[in-house]
Design a protein around this ligand. Structure first.
Ligand code: DX5
Ligand code: ZN
Length: 215
């Protein structure tokens, strides 16, 4: 079954405990870490992940939009992340390799993420070492952007590569996912959906979470 991972980027940061409670029927919690370098925005860091970890048992899916993420893997693992995603554009192949090794040493789930501009085939050297590929369907940096329809082709391509090389790998899609775009990305092969605005902007959050899963 498709998993839904609400992004707290669209939550009220003054009231995070309640905002996490609102999405407890979801599968994972998606935490967007931004450094103001890899993307033109700064959001949350290690202490916030640590505080969230103390507060909830939900699976913490931490999306690192930071330069040279290998520097921060140990810290986010110690803070309590369950999965870390690193962007292939954020470092050289050697740096990405270092980040994946650090994740393995810490025993967290490993994921690689792709900006809209990156060729889906770039995942190939890493596929058998990761638990998930994250395909961005907006330019990373901000919530509430419009879904890029042309990314459906990239989702299909990544799904094909996963089926051929490592079928147990998840395919997560992030950016502009709502009740209209969710069925499109699921049909293209996504099995984990990140949604910020669609979930936190809803009056009936559990209903939207169900709707996104398509059940
Ligand atoms: C954007 C973040 C997303 C964002 C999604 O850079 O990675 O996770 O919060 O927000 P919506 O669902 O509003 O596009
Ligand atoms: Zn994200």
């Amino acid at each position: 079954m498709v998993k839904v991972a609400p992004s707290i980027l669209s939550a009220n940061f003054c009231n995070l405990a309640e905002e996490i409670r609102r999405v407890q029927s979801a599968d994972w919690l998606h935490l967007d870490v931004m450094d103001g370098m890899f993307v033109p925005n700064i959001t949350i860091g290690v202490p916030v992940v640590q505080a969230i970890r103390k507060h909830t048992d939900m699976f913490l899916d931490v999306h690192l939009m930071v330069e040279k993420p290998h520097r921060l893997i140990d810290a986010f693992c110690e803070a309590g992340a369950d999965m870390l995603s690193v962007h292939l554009e954020a470092d050289s192949p050697r740096g990405i390799d270092q980040a994946l090794r650090a994740m393995e040493a810490n025993g967290v789930k490993r994921a690689i993420a792709l900006r809209p501009i990156t060729d889906p085939k770039a995942v190939l050297p890493y596929l058998e070492r990761v638990d998930m590929v994250l395909v961005m369907t907006v330019e990373p940096g901000f919530g509430g952007q419009k879904f890029m329809t042309h990314r459906l082709e990239a989702i299909r391509e990544v799904r094909g590569l996963i089926e051929r090389h490592y079928p147990k790998c998840y395919l997560e899609v992030d950016g502009g996912i709502d009740l209209v775009t969710a069925p499109q990305v699921i049909a293209a092969g996504a099995d984990v959906l990140v949604a910020g605005t669609a979930v936190y902007g809803a009056d009936d959050v559990p209903q939207v979470i169900k709707g996104l899963r398509g059940v």
